[in-house]
Design a protein. Structure first.
Length: 257
């Protein structure tokens, strides 16, 4: 399996930067974001309605990219975890993880034995259709696969240290909008209770040797999260990046005398 350079960077204590894709399911998007400097790209299924066929195409066409393909799955169910790994995803971002039991079930679905119970499929997309010793393929997949558990509820915050302590979970990824909704403070990202919650996640990750991550939309917000110790960042998603750039460009054109 391809070396997961993002996972290696994070293990060294460095930061990793990527982006998310929600709308532009084209054969070029993975290479475009890679050439822009993204180290990873998360193809979202939770909010897009995309099918496995769309995800399979996106991952396949990202193979030549500098950005590693990951998938934001819609729910933590076995067939929505191992299946995306089988078509070549280098990582999974799983929503609404609220306790240790859920985290252990996720690892069980995403890892081959002895670390988990992922169903066997070899010589397919995830190992580039190559014939190789099965034990080597399983060991490589277990090592390189990246698992991010999204913490986006009050229960997830309460149990974040136990979730981070599960072997096989690499990252606690804060879903900031959903978390603010769950806390009853919608979009109040500077609220003292919200800041206390994201600090708790960062502390849990530091204690358990894991990475904290989230999506940011500007350097100012990134600085806040970095100050807490977050190191994995997705810079917005295709919809907002395109809209923001187009709005800025059109406004600048209109200002030309």
């Amino acid at each position: 399996m391809r070396t997961n350079t993002v996972k290696e960077k994070l293990a060294r204590g460095e930061c990793a930067y990527g982006t998310m894709v929600f709308e532009f399911n084209t054969t070029g998007i993975g290479r475009i974001v890679g050439e822009a400097g993204a180290e990873f790209v998360v193809y979202d299924m939770e909010h897009t309605g995309w099918s496995i066929e769309t995800i399979r195409m996106l991952i396949a066409t990202t193979g030549a990219s500098k950005a590693l393909p990951m998938v934001g799955v819609p729910v933590a169910q076995n067939h929505l975890l191992s299946r995306h790994l089988d078509v070549g995803a280098m990582g999974l971002v799983i929503p609404m993880v609220e306790n240790e039991t859920q985290a252990r079930a996720i690892v069980r679905s995403a890892k081959y034995p002895p670390e988990g119970a992922r169903g066997a499929a070899f010589g397919v997309a995830h190992d580039n259709y190559l014939a190789a010793p099965v034990t080597e393929v399983m060991a490589s997949a277990n090592k390189e696969g990246f698992i991010a558990a999204k913490i986006e509820t009050v229960s997830g915050i309460e149990n974040c240290e136990a979730i981070a302590g599960v072997e096989g979970i690499d990252c606690l990824w804060v879903g900031h909008f959903d978390l603010s909704l769950s806390m009853g403070i919608p979009a109040q990202f500077d609220h003292p209770e919200f800041l206390k919650a994201i600090e708790k996640v960062a502390n849990a990750c530091e204690k358990q040797g894991k990475t904290a991550g989230n999506m940011v939309n500007n350097t100012e917000s990134a600085q806040v999260w970095k100050d807490f110790g977050y190191r994995a960042f997705a810079y917005l998603g295709d919809v907002w990046l395109y809209q923001n750039a187009l709005t800025q460009g059109l406004n600048e054109l209109r200002a030309v005398k």
